[in-house]
Write a new protein. Structure first.
Lengths: 391, 391
């Protein structure tokens, strides 16, 4: 093994050392507790799936998939998200009774990276899917649970932006006439490149009224007042229906008393092509990227079930970044012993473990640098020799 | 997507549905609590590692590795165990101060399977590594913690068999003369094929005394009395030293009051080629395979550190099988609401969530088969219309 190479990890792969692990574990437990209280059932799916099923159903770019071949020549992928595997499980095993289904997960997902020093290629998502309930109440529940679970994790300063993919689609199609032109303009929204959007609009062969409508569209961000403006802007029934769903969602969030955590941003679109209704992103004050997102999707149809679902996924690494700051160090005690008092040491440790006190049992002959080592512990107890006790 | 194919998973890959998930989660939490109380720090390493580093250092057969190529043409592997990744992290980041180091993990590992219907290709291990402390106390601590954490998980009926790889090596080398002959005989021990072992011994060109010694070796199983017999059988210093370590280990287990959970089996060997000292396997009454194993290994030297370590790994799937039995069902309540009483429903659910009662909030208009659906819940509450309340 070459010395230079032996400590290296593949591109985008990280170790989670004990201090960060403890924090991550605590945040995960707090979110899981909230999610379970809302009646969601956690499950696990395999890390590897067939490319032809889950890989193709997920909305992640092909170049971001980790692929390998199995012995029979099938292409496997490391799951790039959990929504597609859960759609597979729900369609094949859990939806037989045609009930609403509330599923949750905390799982690592994989996205191959192109460059050194960039984004992580493996990261944990905690999420829920409320499946086979097409009410706006269901959309609202998922958003309210997102708020509740983030609060449970200790996050205070965050905001959820809500849009509706059908509204954007209808408005753009109505004004621009073709899917192709609509997609070209929508691309600027994905990239949140509003300067590019304005330039593109002014270059289009449209009436000045239609150009103005496309520019006015960019202002559809804020509270309840956005609803009226949006209704004025869109003319066809499907577009208006999307907005009326958002109106109802606003009322639902009001009934949850969580209106202050949400706002509308009707310019919101997603590279996740499976969304069909509302969609949303969560931003926390100090983090550049969204820490979570979600929406209503029709993915189950790819697995033969006529059902839609609404889900959210929170990225744990970004949530931890948003939570930031120092946190209490874990306090560990150490009992140093020599052979003569080994039994006494074990008995004392047992009492301390039973009280939940983290306590290391250390044969003093196993330590090379005793003085320096003792500094790692909140408290040290010495059970050495036949007589003396030093604490 | 073909209909036949769309629900399938790669060979050896499993879904963990909610009921099993809950059980697994609880067992994991109980074991983690015990392990933390003993002062071990949990960490995570990436699912993917370089084949040249961790893949080659692990003792898993090459044909069991899941391999893929990255963009630069390096071979990556899905980690087949956690011992090698932890050796990498310890050597590169955690051992700089040359202290004893207590590390733990709960992680999925991957072993490609050759046949349908066989063993799982992905499974969870919970384990510890006590690194850079070469005392027998450290070996004893790992075994005592294995006992303690299995008891914490609720397992009562289990036994740990302890052997010493150096004893087997020395005895076989001394009698058989060459590594090659020693390995040929040891192969029968790996396979626990004692009939084959006896036949092989009788076919060897050895004195009848030496043949008898190799047959007597098979009887070295039991309690403290095994020590004396083993000392009679082995002649060289390294072999005797191994047995004296086992004698000390026996005394350590006695001081932990855990002697009833351990016995000697000096015929124990392992396909893990990195073991250098004691090694052990755990068996539970009703499960055919060992549910966990471990030992002292020298793997850190492959990462440039002169240190040995002792660890254990428990297979969670087999532990769950050993725990077996029925399991209390998780009790979930459901509040059905209509729009008129939505706010009231949300407030009631909030109170129930705050008390830790798992409660689903269900818009009644989202349910297709109400009567059947209500049977899923321990209790249902209806907040419908303007007046009536049915509970």
């Amino acid at each position: 093994m070459s010395r230079l190479f032996m400590f290296e990890k593949p591109l985008g792969m990280r170790d989670t050392l004990p201090e960060l692990y403890e924090k991550k574990h605590r945040v995960r437990s707090l979110m899981e507790k909230a999610i379970k209280e809302w009646g969601y059932s956690f499950l696990e799916t395999p890390t590897l799936e067939y490319y032809e099923t889950v890989g193709a159903a997920s909305a992640i770019l092909d170049q971001q998939l980790f692929k390998l071949l199995d012995r029979e020549g099938h292409t496997l992928v490391l799951r790039p998200d959990m929504t597609a595997p859960i759609a597979r499980v729900a369609a094949s095993k859990l939806l037989k009774e045609d009930f609403p289904l509330r599923i949750a997960y905390s799982a690592n997902v994989f996205r191959a990276q192109q460059r050194e020093g960039g984004r992580p290629a493996e990261f944990e998502q905690i999420g829920v899917e409320c499946i086979n309930d097409d009410t706006v109440s269901s959309d609202g529940e998922v958003i309210a649970l997102l708020v509740e679970s983030l609060k449970a994790a200790g996050l205070l300063n965050f905001q959820i932006s809500i849009g509706h993919i059908a509204f954007v689609q209808e408005l753009f199609l109505q004004i621009l006439g073709t899917e192709e032109r609509a997609n070209a303009l929508r691309k600027f929204l994905y990239e949140k490149n509003y300067v590019g959007y304005r330039e593109h609009v002014s270059s289009l062969a449209l009436s000045s009224i239609d150009k103005q409508r496309l520019l006015d569209f960019l202002d559809l961000r804020g509270g309840e007042e956005v609803i009226g403006k949006a209704l004025d802007l869109v003319e066809n029934e499907r577009g208006k229906k999307a907005i009326l769903q958002l109106k109802e969602l606003w009322d639902v969030m009001n009934d949850y008393d969580e209106q202050d955590k949400v706002k509308f941003d009707l310019t919101l679109v997603s590279h996740m092509t499976y969304y069909i209704g509302i969609l949303f992103e969560v931003y926390a004050g100090n983090v550049g990227f969204s820490i979570g997102n979600g929406g209503r999707y029709g993915l189950l149809e790819k697995f033969g079930k006529e059902a839609s679902a609404t889900g959210f996924a929170v990225r744990v690494d970004r949530l931890l970044e948003a939570l930031g700051g120092a946190w209490e160090e874990v306090s560990v005690h150490c009992i140093f012993f020599s052979q003569e008092r080994r039994r006494e040491a074990f008995q004392l440790a047992k009492q301390m473990h039973e009280k939940g006190t983290r306590t290391v049992l250390q044969d003093i002959s196993g330590v090379k640098k005793l003085d320096a080592y003792t500094k790692k512990f909140a408290n040290t107890i010495y059970l050495l020799g036949k007589e003396s006790t030093n604490e």
